[in-house]
Design a protein around this ligand. Structure first.
Ligand code: ADP
Ligand code: MG
Length: 336
């Protein structure tokens, strides 16, 4: 799989938000605050893969998604699409990449029927020009996401949350993108509905061969659907690996902590790492060395001074840690 040409190659992308200053800040001549939401993020998305992106709230997952679809503009780094240029203008990029958001209600026009909304998506992107053909395509899209075409005349408030998320997915599919960024698509849904939407995304990948970047704050949510998983912390990728490799041989202490928080049926695998204590540092004042050094149970003096690079561990398994072995050796010390 690693031999295939990447669909999307994200290279050294960084995004800083300049925070608004209040009048009193301005009068007190306080410097402008700059929040580094993404720090040198490099990541590839392979054709047809499901790539999970996980990390705690505020670590930059949505910012990454927004930078990819062009809703946010990174100040550094670049994107390559199938080895070539990535469309610069949003309209052209929307035909390659679509985003599905956490809250389908907020992203759907409350006054537009579901059919009209899908018809509009087809019209705007010019994939189907003839009105009758579009009508037919709207039905196909509804069926594709497991909804009956009878729902066409409904308004978003008249359907369930799960159905609304299906509509958002149908709208994203209207332009036949090669990649969908699903930003916490199930976080607002009930557990039973979550599984249905996850299954739908998996089916769509199998049927259409589209790639999906599945963003979640919970490793458990992405585990069964992802081919690979990238773990983010404080604006950075700290570990990327095939899903199996990540669960079997997690190398970053943060990943180990996240895994330890997942209840494991096998007692041998319980408490592989001490739970993560403390708080995520203020993103306005990140630690000088490793971003995780303030919470890492295995921190060395070097970790506070030196910023680790994302390095190859196993093939296809990268980790940003100066001393990944330290936490590995700890594995069974706690098991009893
Ligand atoms: P996640 O999706 O992982 O929860 P976000 O990408 O939403 O994280 O946010 C990353 C960081 O950037 C957070 O500290 C957040 O407060 C900050 N942030 C996000 N959007 C903005 C914005 N428009 N202006 C200022 N700060 C922002
Ligand atoms: Mg988010």
């Amino acid at each position: 799989m690693s031999a295939s040409r990447p669909l999307l190659e994200i290279s050294h992308v960084s995004k800083t938000y300049v925070l608004d200053r209040s009048l009193s800040d301005v009068l007190a001549r306080k410097p402008t605050a700059r929040l580094k939401a993404l720090r040198d993020v490099s990541l590839t998305v392979r054709p047809g893969e499901i790539l999970g992106v996980v990390g705690e709230s505020g670590c930059g997952k949505s910012t990454l998604g927004r930078c990819i679809v062009g809703l946010d503009r990174p100040e550094g780094g670049s994107f390559a699409w199938q080895g070539g240029a990535f469309a610069g203008d949003r309209q052209a990029r929307a035909r390659q990449v679509q985003m599905v958001f956490q809250d389908p209600y907020a992203s759907l026009n409350p006054r537009m029927t579901l059919g009209a909304m899908l018809d509009e998506a087809l019209k705007v992107h010019g994939t189907v020009t003839n009105a009758d053909a579009r009508m037919k395509r709207v039905d196909e899209l509804l069926l594709m996401v497991g909804l009956t075409p009878k729902l066409k005349d409904r308004l978003p408030h008249a359907i369930s949350g799960g159905q609304r998320q299906r509509i958002s997915i149908a709208r994203a599919l209207a332009v036949e993108p090669r990649l969908i960024i699903a930003d916490e698509p199930v976080s607002a849904l009930d557990a039973s509905v979550q599984a249905q939407i996850i299954n739908l995304l998996e089916d769509l990948r199998a049927k259409l061969g589209i790639a999906i970047m599945f963003i979640a704050h919970d490793l458990n949510v992405v585990r069964h659907i992802s081919d690979r998983i990238a773990v983010m912390y404080l604006g950075e990728i700290v570990e990327v690996a095939e899903t199996e490799s990540l669960f079997a041989r997690p190398q970053h202490p943060y990943t180990r902590g996240l895994l330890a928080a997942i209840p494991m049926p096998d007692p041998q695998r319980r408490s592989m790492a001490p739970g993560i204590e403390g708080e995520v540092p203020d993103p306005l004042a990140p630690p000088l060395g490793c971003g995780f050094s303030t919470r890492c149970p295995f921190v060395l003096p070097a970790c506070r001074a030196e910023h680790p690079e994302l390095r190859d561990g196993d093939p296809d398994h990268q980790v940003r840690c100066l001393n990944p072995e330290a936490s590995t050796q700890f594995t069974f010390a706690r098991n009893s």
